[in-house]
Design a protein around this ligand. Structure first.
Ligand code: LLP
Length: 399
């Protein structure tokens, strides 16, 4: 992104031009940013072998899935739909991982028939997987009581969390595996999302490596995803280099004690796509009340749920006039709920009806969490790659 002549540009394109050409609300992704983030992460861990499985719940656009496949990533999935999207994007079954709670019988059958490796989330899943006799290799998702994340809805470890097999159940897990002739070849831990504290992450890694010694047949250890990105102006980026160096050092020491080198696995979602995405919206109304000025736009939490769901902060830029004397305004969506605010009491330069606003860092958990609430169509998606813009999902039609 760049500012030229007081206008916001994405690659070679003025945001206003994209808004005119494709209409708003519009998700725009910058391919260069995705590539840069992927390279930054993969270059940071001086260890081999290591696999990066893109957690596509963050953004499942088929063109982005293909892009990740070409970059060399695997795919981390949570549903039959995501697996099918991955297969259609050309991923082989052995390049796909699956992790999900409350699996149905049909889902277990599907994964085994497709030959997909699953991080099993409960003793029941392990038992039911074993009864099927079709796939002797399994991985276990563990919960060692450690959780991190900026909002309780995105913390996925600890006693309050529904996820993973707890340490007190490991003996039972091993017994179930032995009874059904299953080999536990992987251990996975995912403690939460949008974590900027790399030291906190490393403490969870230490705990996982401590228990990994109790599983003699491991081929990989999967450290999950969770790498955060700065959303607020005062937040610092995740210290990926320091984290990566420590990871490699700790894992080498672990493998030496374990007796053989294992594969490291990561499941990054947000880190790869969040900063690449912008949601463009058009100002349709400006309303002043005794308390506030509301800048009303043609989108809402049906298209970007994060502010309403997690109180998440997203920077808002007036793409039509980036600079100017600012006044505090509240950017409100068009959904019939009071919680439908993209930003509350934010300084924005003078804003007029017809201006295009850019809601930043919307590439992860934006479109993928969108809905048809209030019977409104979902936005189109465009991928910008330097001087090329390409429609990668059509706007939903009323029909
Ligand atoms: N692996 C597993 C098993 C996961 O559950 C998740 C995310 C990831 C990997 C990827 O996490 P990431 O690297 O993106 O942090 N909708 C929320 C985030 C929910 C994350 C759910 N699980 C948000 O918008 O903040």
């Amino acid at each position: 992104m760049e500012i030229r002549g007081n206008k916001l540009y994405i690659g070679a394109f003025a945001a206003e031009r994209l808004a005119r050409r494709y209409g708003t609300p519009l998700y725009v992704y910058d391919a260069e940013t995705i590539r840069r983030q992927y390279q930054k992460l993969t270059a940071s861990v001086p260890y081999s072998p290591v696999g990066y499985f893109y957690a596509c719940k963050a953004n499942t656009n088929p063109v982005l899935l293909e892009m990740f496949r070409r970059l060399g990533a695997g795919l981390e999935t949570v549903s039959r739909g995501e697996v099918l999207a991955g297969l259609r994007a050309g991923f082989r079954p052995d390049q796909i991982l699956f992790t999900c709670s409350n699996m149905t019988e049909a889902e277990l059958d599907f994964l085994i028939a497709q030959g997909i490796c699953a991080n099993l989330d409960s003793l029941s899943q392990l038992q039911r997987w074993g009864l099927r006799k079709g796939a002797p290799h399994v991985s276990l998702r563990v919960n060692l009581g450690i959780g991190l994340g900026p909002h309780r809805h995105v913390v996925t470890g600890g006693g309050d969390s529904k996820f993973g097999i707890h340490a007190g159940q490991f003996d039972q897990a091993r017994a179930i595996a032995a009874r059904h002739g299953l080999r536990i070849v992987g251990l996975q831990q995912h403690i939460g999302s949008n974590i900027l504290d790399h030291r906190g992450m490393l403490r969870a890694v230490e705990a996982l490596l401590r228990v990994a010694r109790q599983f003699p047949n491991l081929e990989f250890v999967d450290f999950g995803g969770g790498f955060g990105v700065p959303y607020r102006p005062e937040e610092r980026p995740f210290a990926v280099r320091q984290w990566g160096r420590s990871m490699a050092r700790m894992f080498r020491a672990f493998c030496a004690a374990y007796g053989r080198p294992l594969r490291m696995v990561f499941e990054p979602g947000r880190y790869l796509v969040a900063e690449a995405g912008i949601l463009l919206v058009t100002v349709t109304d400006i309303k002043t009340t005794p308390e506030r000025t509301f800048v009303g736009v043609d989108s809402g939490f049906n298209h970007l749920a994060r502010p309403a769901l997690y109180g998440a902060y997203h920077m808002v830029v007036n793409a039509s006039r980036v600079h100017g004397r600012t006044a505090r305004v509240t950017v409100a969506g068009n959904i019939c709920e009071s919680g439908d605010l993209f930003a509350a009491n934010r300084p924005l330069p003078p804003t007029r009806v017809g201006d295009v606003l850019a809601i930043l860092n919307a590439g992860a958990y934006g479109f993928s969490m969108s809905s048809n609430y209030n019977s409104r169509p979902r936005p189109a998606e465009v991928l910008v790659s330097r001087n090329r813009a390409r429609l990668i999902r059509e706007r939903e039609a009323w029909e």
